[in-house]
Every structure is written in C-alpha cells, then in structure tokens.
Write a protein that binds this ligand. Structure first.
Ligand code: NZQ
Ligand code: ZN
Length: 388
C-alpha cells in the first residue's frame, strides 16, 4: 500500500567524467564571493582543488577558504565558516569533499545569520529556519552519506558531546552537486567500505519498518544488491569506473528521500552511531556496521517476515524447507559475512571506544521508537556491549 506523500527535490545533479565543466555556468547565478569549504588534505593531493580554483578565477569570483573541516565536523569549525560568510558577504558556499564538508557547509548556511545559538535552535530544538540562508552547492569526493542531494546536516558539539543531525528544508539542499566518480579513486579502501556500509544502512533504516510491501521496498532491495555487487568489484579494482559510478549513484539515491517515500522509517542505528561518533570520532559507516548486527538480531522477532524477505531478495538465500525465523537469521548472518569480507570493522573497541564510554553513549542516545522495537537506554547499552 502506498501511504500518501509529496515528493520534491531541488538539487540539480551533474554526473560523470566531465561534470566539473558545469561549474562555471552555475557560478553565474550567485554573488561575487564564494566560500570554498574543504577537508584536510585530500583535494590538494589529488588535484581537485587546483581545478576548482582555476574555474573560480575564470568565472571572475573571489574565493574565501574554510579548510580543515574534519570528519564528524565540529560546531566550532562551523562557526569559523559563519564568521567568514558575514565578513565577506558570501554569495555561495561551495563544499568540496565528503559528507562532513557538505554538512558543515549547510550548517554555515543556516547559522551565519542566526541571532540565537544555532545549535540549540536548529539541531536540538528543531525550530524552523527563520533567518536568511546562504546558497550551498557541492563537489562530491567521498561517497556514502547522500548529503549531496538532501537537507541533512550532522554537527558535533564537542563541548557537550552531542552529535546531532537535522534535515533542513529545500532552501538548504545543495542547489547543484557535481558527481565525478573518478574523484573517488583516491579514497582509501577503509573509507570506501565505510561509505558503502553507510549507504546500505540508510537503505536498511528505511526498509526494516512496517509490514507493508510497496514500490519503495523493491527499490531498496535493488540498491542494496547493487551496492554489494559493485563494492566487490571496486575492492578488486578501485579504478573500475562502472563500479565507482554505481556506488556513487546508489549512495545519492539511498538518501535523497526517494527511498523513504511512503515508509515509516527507523533510524535508531544512526541515533546510536551519532553518540558513538561524539565520543570516539570513528568513521560513520564503520560505527553503523558494528551496531547494526546486534541491533537487527535483537529487534528481529518484531519484523520476522521482513528479515526473511531481506535474506531471500537481497542475499539470494533459498527459502525452501526453512522456517521464517531460520531464514531471517541467515540474512543477518550473510550481512555479517559480507562486512568481514570487505574489511569492515565490527568492534567498538577497535573503533576507539573504551568500556567506560558505553553507559554515556547509551544514556545520551536519542530514542525514536519507530522501528520494530522501541529500545530503552538499558537495551542500547546491551547492544553496545554486544559489539564492544
Ligand atoms: O579531510 P580530507 O583530507 O578531505 O579527507 C577525507 C576524510 O578524512 C577523506 N576524503 C574525502 N574525499 C577524498 C578523501 N580521501 C581521498 N580521496 C578523496 N577523494 O575521507 C575522509 C572522510 O570524509 P567524510 O566527509 O568525513 O566522510 P563521509 O562522507 O562518510 O561523511 C561523514 C559525516 O556525514 C554525516 C556523518 O554522521 C559524518 O559526520 N552524515 C551525514 C548525512 C547527511 N547529511 O544526510 C547522513 C549520514 O547518515 C551521516 O550521518
Ligand atoms: Zn549514515
């Protein structure tokens, strides 16, 4: 059954090897000064920075730079960007990087002209955006979050140790995003598989809910299968263009709201990972993988038919002669085997957690209750201990 919905996504996607050639024309629509937001070193090493700077010059733009945006971007880094926007009257914030850089850019967009404390107003209280925002665009270099075509912005308040995500309205989505799969060739294997698991987690958060079966569930199964097949190819040959392009587009589709339409959604794994990230600063996708296995095994009795369908449709596990429970369990076992095959880290200890952090992470996790089972803080602690 399709639950009623409205679908709108304002981001223009330029996809392919020549996609950067669209930047100059796009820049004509925005003011004279561009705030270039990027990470620590990658885009300077692989030449993307030089190419972008040359186009900004050709277009007659003045570039102001916010560099050093870290994975799990901090509130103070975001505020540095806000100051630059106000000082230079920035007309476009151009994020060149992965989810952390794009999320930071969106955070700057809504916060630069906010008169109150933006973290409290927007990330904790979820208030509507009432101040002027600055247009954002992105050039994607690391794949997984889907931030290039959504309104999500996840910011870590390093003082309070709260990593909070917020989906902002269409005005804050990137106006355009440039996706060249070749830009991801230099991403390390560790980051690549972390990003692929992030994509898969977005799909599973939207899949393991409800008892209905609608077009969205079929779409999710196809994207999961494509992610699994293509990461296996890219692990063997990181410069396989077809595989890298499929991985890239899967990630965009997994969180550009299209795979959430008509679905109740869970997102409890993400809520736990966000607090894990606030304490450990781990790679987002790795944290999600470690938590997902014990979490799904724990909530499975509430959604046994969907977990059995996952085993059959995503992992091709034969159903004949098996109970729904056995089939469901085999599906999550297959997910675990896939993670091990890809070198995904499944232990919180290896991701930098210490035992004393676990109660703090459990106690500060936001509990949603939209999945197959509403957890208590005690149950979250048990799940964390399970994957410690
Ligand atoms: O800092 P640099 O040198 O740029 O290195 C980065 C970084 O260390 C590197 N990298 C990026 N492009 C590269 C590259 N290395 C080599 N070659 C390239 N072409 O990759 C590392 C990780 O980058 P990061 O942006 O942190 O990764 P990701 O894209 O996974 O973003 C993670 C952040 O996004 C949030 C996460 O919570 C986390 O804070 N999320 C955002 C979402 C959204 N906006 O919708 C949803 C997600 O669920 C997620 O929560
Ligand atoms: Zn994610």
């Amino acid at each position: 059954m399709q639950i009623d919905f409205t679908y709108y996504n304002p981001t223009t996607i330029y996809f392919g090897k020549e996609s950067l050639s669209n930047l100059k024309g796009e820049l004509e629509h925005y003011g004279e000064t561009v705030l270039l937001v990027y990470g620590k070193a990658a885009i300077k090493k692989n030449g993307i920075y030089d190419n972008v700077i040359a186009i900004l010059k050709e277009a007659g733009k003045k570039a102001v730079e916010l560099s050093g945006v870290m994975p799990n971007p901090t509130y103070s880094k975001m505020q540095e960007g806000c100051e630059l926007v106000r000082k230079h009257d920035v007309g476009l914030i151009l994020a060149v990087g992965g989810g952390s850089v794009i999320d930071c850019a969106k955070g700057i967009s809504v916060s630069a002209y906010c008169d109150e404390d933006p973290f409290t107003k927007y990330w904790l209280q979820y208030q509507p955006v009432s101040n002027k925002t600055v247009p954002v665009a992105s050039i994607l270099t690391m794949v997984g979050t889907g931030s290039e075509m959504n309104g999500g912005s996840v910011i870590t308040n390093e003082e309070t140790k709260i990593k909070a995500g917020r989906v902002f309205p269409a005005d804050v989505y990137p106006r355009f995003s440039i996706l060249n799969p070749e830009y991801t060739y230099t991403v390390s294997q560790y980051q690549m598989v972390s990003g692929v698991f992030d994509t898969m987690s977005h799909l599973m958060e939207q899949y393991f809910t409800g008892t209905d079966s609608n077009t969205t569930d079929y779409l999710i199964e196809a994207l999961l299968r494509s992610s699994i097949d293509n990461v296996r190819v890219a692990l063997k040959n990181p410069e396989d263009y077809e595989a890298r392009s499929n991985i890239m587009w899967n990630a965009t589709l997994a969180l550009n709201t299209i795979t959430g339409l008509s679905k109740v959604q869970d997102w409890q794994v993400h809520m736990i990972e966000h607090q894990l990230g606030a304490y450990t600063d781990c790679a987002h996708g790795m944290g999600l993988a470690a938590i997902s296995l014990p979490y799904y095994r724990y909530i499975m009795p509430g959604g046994i038919d969907k977990f059995a369908r996952f085993a059959a449709e995503v992992w091709d596990i034969p159903a004949e002669g098996k109970s729904r429970e056995t089939l469901a369990k085999e599906g999550i076992d297959a997910l675990e085997a896939f993670c091990r095959e890809c070198g995904i880290v499944l232990s919180l200890k290896e991701l930098g957690a210490t035992e004393d952090m676990l109660p703090k992470i459990a106690g500060s996790t936001f509990i949603l209750g939209t999945g197959y089972k509403k957890l208590t803080a005690g149950e979250i602690l048990d799940i964390l201990k399970e994957c410690f």
